[in-house]
Design a protein around this ligand. Structure first.
Ligand code: ADP
Ligand code: MG
Ligand code: ZN
Length: 487
């Protein structure tokens, strides 16, 4: 296939809710999923005469996010008002950081099928979240203000991303870094991580084209699909001789298309100015050092460790460090396994497959609840498989049973007599019986239709109730078929 004429240029703006106990400018609880309008007060409801008081924990978390993404973290930063009217923003302005964001000039590394690549981070700034409009058939449009004043950081990437694969790899890496540091739980399905995609196209080597922005994408899948759809639309428009305009577009999951919402505002339209209610915020060297020291080993470091300590491939190490809970699970299980590399392969193969199978709502999200198996039990199953004590199809069955009701697979295999049959006499008897009972297949095989071996193998396997050592059984069958002992 020839290279496409147009390359895509993508920059991402990612909003992440911070895991503080209370909101950013008042002492209301910061908690997802509460009854509407139960975590509100005069400050976050924007009643006249109230004043914001800054929650210092937000500054710590924002600085930590910046350090973990190789940013320069400023000692001093400041809040600005971003003025716009929207029904879920009762103040009619959002407190944000525009002129003096806390972090700038960072980067993170992504690993894709094309290898490793560095994606620049322009800035990270602190802001407050808005409320939520809920459209109810009976009640009409309702406003839930629990989310008003939930602390956010916005991470703005450089336009360094060139494909949907890179965009998703960037978001996954960002989510891994932020969850490892504990600043956010980054749950896209609960809205604690949301992403705006900016996309333009150009012929390679040309200056950047006019971008459109698709707001509030809340799954990796919709990010991928929105990028694909918007790329096709822009290419068609340019080929048809149209001039693209800078605009905000909505991606509709149902139609798989993007549609225009509004011409994009420029920053001048927001009339940013320093918030007179809030003083400058400051981090001392000592505070910075303390924050830095509290950052745990990050995904890239663990990835390298897994490769050297456990002999994992880059691919396996990348998969396991992608999510914090999973890395912790693997690190707990690995010491119990004879071969951590085999355990890793079991996880990224059959365990992921089981999780996907059980993801009936097709969210594509995984968390600790999706793997309800004790780490030691999974390590035992890995040993059974890697030691050849159960074959792979029996291993799959046991795994599925463990997902339904966790148990020790060794005890289970013993109780149900599931260990691999390696006894030569038993295997030979099974092979001989199947060959004798299927003369037609044997004749076809000998007549050159080698494919029928598969059917015979299936039958012979069934003779051992699925428990045969498949390699040995195949050898016995082939011996019989090629006639060395039937003549
Ligand atoms: P705004 O706040 O108005 O959305 P920014 O200048 O902060 O604008 O940029 C937003 C995002 O758009 C950044 O992630 C940046 O990398 C990206 N971006 C800027 N120019 C382009 C372009 N021509 N094509 C694609 N993305 C772009
Ligand atoms: Mg934007
Ligand atoms: Zn409040």
């Amino acid at each position: 296939m020839s290279k496409p004429i147009y390359e895509m240029v993508i920059g991402l703006e990612t909003h992440v809710e911070l895991r503080t106990k209370t909101k950013i400018f008042c002492s209301c609880t910061n908690e997802f999923g509460a009854e509407p309008n139960t975590h509100v007060c005069p400050v976050c409801m924007a009643l006249p005469g109230t004043l914001p008081v800054f929650n210092e924990q937000v500054l710590t978390y924002a600085a930590m996010a910046g350090m973990a993404t190789n940013c320069y973290v400023h000692h001093k930063s400041r809040f600005d008002r971003k003025n716009y009217f929207y029904p879920d923003l009762p103040k009619a302005y959002q407190i944000s950081q525009f002129y003096r964001p806390i972090c700038e000039h960072g980067h993170l590394n992504i690993h894709t099928s094309q290898g490793e690549k560095r994606i620049g981070i322009t800035r990270i700034h602190i802001e407050e979240d808005a409320g939520k409009l809920i459209h109810d058939d009976r009640l009409g449009t309702c406003l839930d203000m629990n989310r008003c004043g939930v602390p956010l950081i916005e991470i703005v990437s450089e336009p360094d991303i060139r494909s949907a694969e890179e965009a998703v790899a960037y978001l996954r890496k960002l989510r891994a870094i932020l969850t490892y540091t504990g600043v956010s739980d980054c749950k896209m399905n609960e809205g604690s991580m949301r992403c705006d995609v900016n996309l333009s196209i150009r012929k390679p080597g040309e200056p950047f084209g006019t971008r459109s922005e698709m707001k509030n994408l809340n799954s990796f899948q919709s990010v991928e699909r929105a990028i694909a759809a918007e790329y096709v639309r822009q290419v068609a428009a340019v080929e048809a001789g149209e001039t693209l305009v800078q605009e905000t577009r909505r991606y509709d999951q149902k139609t798989g298309k993007t549609s225009s919402m509004r011409r994009k505002e420029d920053s001048a339209d927001y009339r940013y100015f320093p918030d007179p209610d809030l003083p400058e915020v400051y981090l001392s060297d000592a505070e910075m050092a303390q924050i830095k020291a509290s950052i745990p080993a990050l995904p890239d470091e663990r990835r390298d460790q897994y490769m050297t300590d456990f002999g994992l491939t880059a691919y396996a190490a990348e998969q396991l460090t992608d999510e914090r809970w999973l890395a912790e699970y693997f690190e707990t299980a690995a010491p119990f396994a004879k071969s951590p590399a085999a355990l890793a392969n079991l996880i990224i193969g059959e365990v992921f497959a089981q999780i996907t199978l059980r993801d009936t709502e097709h969210t594509g999200e995984r968390d600790e609840r999706s793997l309800p198996i004790l780490p030691q039990n999974l390590a035992n199953l890995s040993d059974l498989l890697s030691g050849g004590r159960v074959n792979s199809s029996t291993g799959k069955k046991i795994l599925s049973i463990m997902f339904d009701a966790d148990c020790d697979p060794i005890a289970y295999a013993e109780a149900h007599n599931l260990f691999t049959v390696t006894d030569e006499a038993v295997l030979r008897a099974a092979a001989t019986k199947v060959l004798a009972q299927n003369p037609d297949l044997v004749a076809s095989y000998r007549g050159g239709k080698l494919g029928v071996q598969k059917a015979l193998m299936g039958k012979a396997m069934a003779e051992t109730r699925g428990k045969a050592d498949p390699e040995r059984l195949r050898e016995m069958l082939v011996e019989g078929l090629t006639g060395t002992d039937t003549e």
